[in-house]
Ligand binder design. Structure first.
Ligand code: SF4
Length: 178
């Protein structure tokens, strides 16, 4: 366990523990405040994120920005990380062994960020955080004193636009969760 975000970043940047390292341009570590109320957990970096090193900076990022605005969160109120820090080739889902290889970083980030609320963006985030699939979309569970809520991943909302108003309505009606 490292003591600072800088040390953690250094460890991640020098990591070669799984094959995703071979094709990644940048490690994509986190975006947002270091003491967030709400932590969003996504799946993995995409092409733009890999090129820039910044999580959620492409089309899905714009949708996440809209969600953050709808949730009425200020800049320091939120942070976003992914289950793995390197882009899987062709944006495929991270494999079990890759999730396992990156787990220590994932867990350290959550421990250091200490959010009150965790929003799991899709199934991979849920599997990485809970170990398996347990939640329906919109379901909230108290886990170790944190509200853990499952949302659709912003990238899924790009392809299934009909879900966007559904998630927006959920956010409007459930602001007490965050
Ligand atoms: S995905 Fe995680 S474990 Fe794999 S090389 Fe990148 S930082 Fe290391």
């Amino acid at each position: 366990m490292v003591d600072s975000f800088e040390d953690l970043e250094e460890e991640i940047n020098s990591c070669t523990a799984c094959q995703l390292h071979d094709s990644a341009i940048h490690k994509v570590i986190m975006k947002g405040g270091q003491n967030p109320k709400v932590l969003f957990i996504g799946e993995a970096p995409g092409k733009k994120e890999d090129a820039s090193g910044i999580p959620f900076c492409g089309r899905a990022g714009k949708i996440l920005d809209g969600m953050i605005e709808d949730m009425d969160l200020q800049q320091s109120d939120w942070a976003v990380i992914n289950t793995v820090k390197c882009r899987p080739p062709n944006n495929r889902r991270p494999r079990k062994e890759e999730l396992a290889a990156c787990r220590a970083f994932f867990e350290q980030q959550i421990e250091m960020l200490e959010p009150d609320v965790i929003i799991l963006l899709g199934n991979t985030a849920e599997e990485a955080f809970l170990g398996n699939r347990q939640l329906q979309w919109g379901e909230c569970r108290d886990i170790d004193g944190k509200n853990v809520v499952k949302f659709y991943h912003p990238a899924a909302l790009i392809y299934t636009k009909s879900r966007q108003p559904e998630q927006q309505e959920f956010i409007e009606k459930n602001s007490a969760l965050w």
